[in-house]
Design a protein around this ligand. Structure first.
Ligand code: NAD
Length: 303
């Protein structure tokens, strides 16, 4: 059986470090770290993710400031709210939950968050820092993948890595982080021809295509490491005649086809998902330490 990369367990371990870091820093700082979470409209999946994030804040001692805004808010109004949060001394991190309604320009809004309160690491300045290998808030999902690899002592240097997906949220920063860790990285995307022959070369395959069950046995190399970033809520078994509208979570990878072939893989659920939330907290606590003039003791958690 392959080694399961357990994100839930690692997330709990890192949360404990963050909780202790906050407790000891409170003596000098006198206020807890603050994370403002902005949600626009009523997208149900966003509602679930925001509630996970707020619960996680509560567990470690980060104060969360919730801003649930109406679907038809104008870009100008939203920028004004972000500007107020940029100046709020109790707020160390600002998260704009994506996706946004189509009338709002994601890039303008992410760019209006103060770079040193960018809890999701998606501000252009912080993406630039990532390219240059400078410290800064990091995109949470790829940062979570790096932590998972490191914790499981998976060698990256010199390995061939393939990242499937080139979004700003996951694929691109993932490729940059792996390259910084000295992997030789190839990025595949929706126009890539003959995906299986490319992914079969990968010692380390990270899949973030957002396509349920895209990757199967024919895509993976024997004894490789596979990280499944995709998350999909699919209706349960069609044979379930109970009429219930139950859902199950699955990823971009057909687990049953790869599990006897690979050396390690991250499951869905319980792999990358919990790590994403934890790295959001890590970015926020790191910003808090900086804003309070405390020693930056957890920046090693951010790749
Ligand atoms: P996206 O739609 O922005 O990007 C998907 C990328 O995959 C694109 O670059 C596209 O070119 C590529 N792609 C699509 N179909 C492909 C194919 N057939 N072959 C090769 N490449 C293909 O999505 P995203 O925001 O990057 O998210 C990707 C997945 O990761 C989604 O399922 C999302 O829900 C999930 N996600 C999970 C977490 C987490 O915490 N686990 C966080 C963020 C995103």
């Amino acid at each position: 059986m392959p080694n399961i990369l357990d994100g839930k367990k690692l997330a709990q371990e890192i949360e404990l470090i963050l909780k202790q870091t906050i407790e000891s820093g409170l003596k000098a700082c006198k206020r807890p770290p603050g994370l403002a979470v902005i949600r626009v409209g009523n997208d149900p999946a966003s509602g679930v993710y925001v509630s996970y994030k707020e619960k996680a804040c509560h567990r470690v001692g980060v104060r969360s400031f919730s801003h649930h805004l109406k679907e038809d808010i104008s870009e100008k109004e939203l920028i004004e709210i972000i500007k107020v949060l940029n100046l709020d001394q109790n707020v160390d991190g600002i998260l704009l939950q994506l996706p946004l309604p189509p009338h709002l320009d994601e890039s303008i809004l992410l760019g209006s968050i103060a770079p040193d309160k960018d809890a999701d690491g998606l501000h252009p300045l912080n993406l630039g820092k990532l390219i240059k290998g400078e410290k800064g808030p990091r995109s949470c999902t790829p940062a979570g993948v790096m932590a998972l690899l490191e914790r499981n002592k998976i060698k990256i240097e010199g390995k061939k890595a393939v990242v499937v997906g080139r979004s700003i949220l996951v694929g691109k920063p993932m490729a940059l982080m792996l390259e910084s860790a000295n992997a030789t990285v190839t990025v595949a995307h929706s126009k890539t021809e003959d995906l299986p022959s490319l992914t079969r070369q990968a010692d380390l395959l990270v899949v973030a295509a957002g396509k349920p069950h895209l990757i199967g046995g024919i895509h993976v190399k024997e004894n490789s490491v596979v990280i499944d970033v995709g998350i999909h809520r699919l209706p349960c078994d069609k044979n379930d005649l109970s009429g219930s509208k139950k859902f199950k979570l699955c990823g971009d990878v057909k687990t049953l086809e790869i599990e006897d072939k690979v050396a390690s893989f991250s499951p869905v659920p319980g792999g990358v998902g919990p790590m994403t939330v934890t790295m959001l907290l890590a970015n926020t606590v790191d910003r808090w330490q900086e804003h309070c003039g405390l020693p930056l003791t957890i920046s090693h958690l951010l790749p």
